[in-house]
Write a protein that binds this ligand. Structure first.
Ligand SMILES: *Cc1c(COP(=O)(O)O)cnc(C)c1O
Length: 388
């Protein structure tokens, strides 16, 4: 194991030598990505979405690094995540996307958090609390322009200006969310912008927010007053049809616990789903689906076949998985790596280099978002940068 250099700070929970995988998280790249997005956002404020433990990177590390870069506004999904963000960002504005759960208003007030209100019931509960407290506590209103998931309908949104409640709380933000902004030519983008524009222009004094990561890169730049990137901050490609303008933030190294030869006509792993047509060399890694590496990346077929399955970079060479991903182990076909270049205890790259989060997601039949947000709790975490 290489010694930690002075710019690396480990959380220390799990020593690297004892962990099946080491997750390297580059907080300087995270900050650089935030600045890149800010430069694309024009005059709009650039917030940061740090839900799901900052897309797996660690909310207690990511939020201070982003604050240091200049970020002042954060979005999470859950109240519990907001309380964690508040603990490391005492001055920040923090919104909770998943709405106001009944009876939680006092907790919002106690921690100076803002709910994103998505129905008249939620608005009424927040207004009732504000009246009882004689305070105009701030909140956002979410208008659904096509997702059909969370938020007031556009019709309801258009009635807001004539309803009394808006006077009784601090309506700090009007927002909506794109359905497919990563498909820049999808006509739904323009339809959503038009629907949002109608509600926004009926409430011209309230700051508005629409784009997620990909929305920031749409040609007509519907930035409004605030943009809400998540995925791109963590290195995901917000423009899948073009090169990725973001820097990678996450690198995952898995450890080889054993190397073995499998004889011709023998199978590897549970249910014997991968067949060695001739003698093959297998490296077994101490990482599995219990670490959040998707079982759907299993390699089912025959040796030498090009399979859409997980890959590892072994001594710089890309090697396909062999067989089903187990709970705690992954088997990789390393036959093509010269024998002397790979040994027990070596680490191989599971995320990093050509194995971007987007590519790892694709090979597992999912999206990079799911790869990031499932990053496991058993990895040693090594953070780089983020201070000064
Ligand atoms: C998750 C989320 C975002 C961030 O989306 P990315 O695609 O990760 O940039 C923004 N707004 C809302 C409402 C979200 O739920």
């Amino acid at each position: 194991m290489t010694k930690l250099n002075s710019q690396t700070n480990s959380t220390g929970d799990i020593p690297e030598q004892a962990a099946g995988g080491v997750l390297h998280i580059d907080l300087d790249a995270l900050a650089a990505n935030w600045r890149t997005l800010r430069d694309h956002a024009g005059s709009a404020e650039t917030a940061a979405v740090v839900k799901a433990n900052a897309y797996g990177t660690g909310i207690e590390k990511a939020v201070p690094a982003l604050s240091q870069a200049g970020c002042r506004t954060f979005f999470v999904a859950h109240l519990s995540e907001a309380i964690r963000a508040r603990a490391v960002a005492p001055e920040a504005t923090i919104y909770v996307l998943n709405g106001l759960f009944t009876g939680t208003s006092p907790t919002y007030a106690e921690h100076d958090l803002r709910p994103v209100l998505g129905s008249f019931e939620e608005i009424e509960e927040w207004v009732g609390f504000c009246r009882a407290q004689s305070r105009k506590l701030k909140a956002a209103i979410h208008v659904d322009t096509g997702m059909n998931r969370l938020g007031l309908t556009v019709q309801q949104g258009l009635t807001l200006k004539d309803r009394g409640e808006l006077e009784d709380f601090g309506n700090a933000l009007l927002m909506s969310h794109f359905v497919s902004a990563e498909e820049s030519d999808n006509p739904l983008n323009a339809q959503q912008i038009e629907a949002f524009e109608a509600v926004r222009s009926s409430l011209p004094d309230i700051p508005a927010s629409l784009p997620n990561s990909s929305g920031i890169f749409l040609r007509n730049k519907p930035a409004y007053e605030l943009v809400r990137p998540g995925y791109a901050l963590y290195g995901g490609n917000p423009t899948p049809s073009r090169d990725n303008p973001m820097r990678p933030v996450v690198r995952l190294e898995g450890r080889i616990v054993q190397l073995r030869w499998v004889e011709a006509e023998h199978t590897v792993g549970y249910n014997g789903r991968w067949l060695a047509l001739e003698k093959r060399r297998i490296a077994t890694l101490s990482v599995g689906y219990a670490d959040g590496y998707p079982r759907a990346a299993s390699a089912r077929g025959k040796s030498g076949e090009a399979l859409l399955a997980g890959m590892a970079l072994v001594a710089g060479q890309s090697c396909s998985f062999a067989g089903n991903v187990s709970m705690d182990l992954i088997t990789v076909d390393v036959t093509d790596v010269p024998e002397g270049r790979v040994k027990r205890g070596d680490t191989v790259t599971l995320i990093g280099g050509e194995l971007t989060v987007d590519e790892v997601g694709r090979r597992a039949g999912t999206i990079g978002y799911e790869i990031l947000t499932n990053l496991g709790a058993r990895y040693a975490r090594a953070y780089r940068g983020g201070e000064g």
